[in-house]
Design a protein around this ligand. Sequence first.
Ligand SMILES: Cc1cc2nc3c(=O)[nH]c(=O)nc-3n(C[C@H](O)[C@H](O)[C@H](O)COP(=O)(O)OP(=O)(O)OC[C@H]3O[C@@H](n4cnc5c(N)ncnc54)[C@H](O)[C@@H]3O)c2cc1C
Ligand SMILES: *[C@@H]1O[C@H](CO)[C@@H](O)[C@H](O)[C@H]1NC(C)=O
Ligand SMILES: *[C@@H]1O[C@H](CO)[C@@H](O)[C@H](O)[C@H]1NC(C)=O
Ligand SMILES: *[C@@H]1O[C@H](CO)[C@@H](O)[C@H](O)[C@H]1NC(C)=O
Length: 502
Amino acid sequence: MLAKWFSWGLVAFAPSALALTGPQTVFDALSAILLPSSEVVLVSDDTYQKDFTPRYNLAEAPAYIVGVRPAVAEDVVKVVTYARDSNISILTTGRGHGYTTSLARVQGAINMDLGKFNSIHVDAEAKTMTVGGAVNGYQVTAALQEAGFEIVSTATPQCPCIGFAGASLGGGIGPYSGLYGPISDSLLSVDIVTADGRLLTVSETESPDLFDGIKGAGFNFGVVTSLTFQAYPATNSGHAMNVDITFLSSQNESVWKAVEQLAASQPKELAFGLSVMHSPDPSMEGLLISANFIYAGPRSEGEALLKPFLDLRPQNVNISTVAWKDIPDVANGGAIAKYGCTPGKYYIPYSLNLYQVDVPNLVDVVNYMSQAMGADPVLQGTSIVWQQYAQHGFQLRADDTSTFPYRDAKAFVQIDSLAADASQAPALDKFGREVRDLLQRGSGKDQLDVYVHFAHGDEGPASWYTAERLPKLVSLKEKYDPTGMFSWYNPVILANPSYQNL
Ligand SMILES: Cc1cc2nc3c(=O)[nH]c(=O)nc-3n(C[C@H](O)[C@H](O)[C@H](O)COP(=O)(O)OP(=O)(O)OC[C@H]3O[C@@H](n4cnc5c(N)ncnc54)[C@H](O)[C@@H]3O)c2cc1C
Ligand SMILES: *[C@@H]1O[C@H](CO)[C@@H](O)[C@H](O)[C@H]1NC(C)=O
Ligand SMILES: *[C@@H]1O[C@H](CO)[C@@H](O)[C@H](O)[C@H]1NC(C)=O
Ligand SMILES: *[C@@H]1O[C@H](CO)[C@@H](O)[C@H](O)[C@H]1NC(C)=O
């Protein structure tokens, strides 16, 4: 009898429990507490598609019920406090390029889009730059170049549309990392709203433990509304040499040997990337290797450095000198900027760090790709992208000065698969993992290390942050985010964060 009454009671309560966190309830509650200049929109409303930042990757994407675009940090505090008190999941959106599969766990959530936090201020005298939590690389490079400065920017040459804040919270790497390390090394302070609803300014002198965690695992600890970075006087009068070179895949062994040679003494001004990809051009023998070099110095010096590659008699060579901020338009013929700035991809990413150049292993990988793509054309949507920055910038700081853990990595490798649609996903997913396993054999380390922003999401915290750093990160998490409100993006603690500890 009691059991029957009890279950009836549950049924009776279910609708009201749902209503408590239903979209309209959340919409009404947030509309009532936020400033009129902050935007609150139901995801089902047409305005949502128009006003909110689109996601780059549609695969394993987070699912929301209500979107909020706060106008001021005080409203960020209110949204975080409301979400916590109402036990509703919340995810911050910077520029929407985060693609880890760990985000698929976000369901029925509030999307806190920081799109209104897009200001940039360069202080030439102090040599600093202060940006909002959702500026992108294009904005940063334009503002700094105009003022005669530079920084590590992912705009050069990768994707100028990714969030500059988002990238720096996980480190942030790009060609000028050879000069300055990860972007996070240039952070001076951040303003962050933590799970307890406080707006903290964090730096080397204010909450230094949190500052340390933010530099490499920042998305674990709150919502960052503002960031101040050190800016550097422009190198080479703010210009760089860009070189695009195309090789046949039959030259792969010689190319890897040239990579090995260059890796041994890569000057800090030189960064390069290689892409091994399918070519639809029959004269290219199926696979091609497209190489990009960026040299922050005079062209004559740069060309001399590239002699081992130029001597291989490549298919095409295109050399130009451009302003630093314009590198994305010319690097790889502008391909990555174009492709990386178009949202709505069905993207299946894998990645790993390499700590050596193992030529025989890399030849095996190229041959395996060639054979597999010949057998199944769906796999032609996969390319391997190799980024190699000089060690100099990474070694300017000791390993224990931040949470960014990959200062000794020789190359950051991405296995990028683009599916035409979801039906191709299983084959590309399997292939991506196979290629990662094959590359791992020649990585120079037993364990799988993955740059947190390039991670698939299946690797786990020890791969993203290293086992040595985890105990410290777990205690930071217990201190600043004990209920796991910010445990969606490759989190330090893997437990499903439905605020179990509330
Ligand atoms: C095409 C492409 C090219 C890329 N190239 C590079 C590269 O060259 N170098 C590199 O380092 N990375 C690169 N990345 C990875 C990139 O750094 C990450 O995808 C990063 O998460 C992008 O930040 P976002 O703001 O655009 O993404 P979002 O999806 O908006 O955010 C990613 C995560 O960070 C959190 N977050 C973002 N902003 C804030 C904030 N202000 N406060 C708190 N949390 C925040 C979000 O909640 C989310 O969990 C690339 C990604 C893509 C898709
Ligand atoms: C890669 O290089 C090796 C060694 O020169 C060669 O045997 C192989 O055919 C090349 N692979 C492809 C796909 O061209
Ligand atoms: C070479 O690069 C320049 C940009 O620097 C570009 O305008 C031009 O089209 C490229 N040429 C070829 C043949 O790709
Ligand atoms: C919070 O929400 C989660 C998932 O929706 C649920 O499992 C949990 O019991 C809720 N906690 C409270 C205190 O309501």
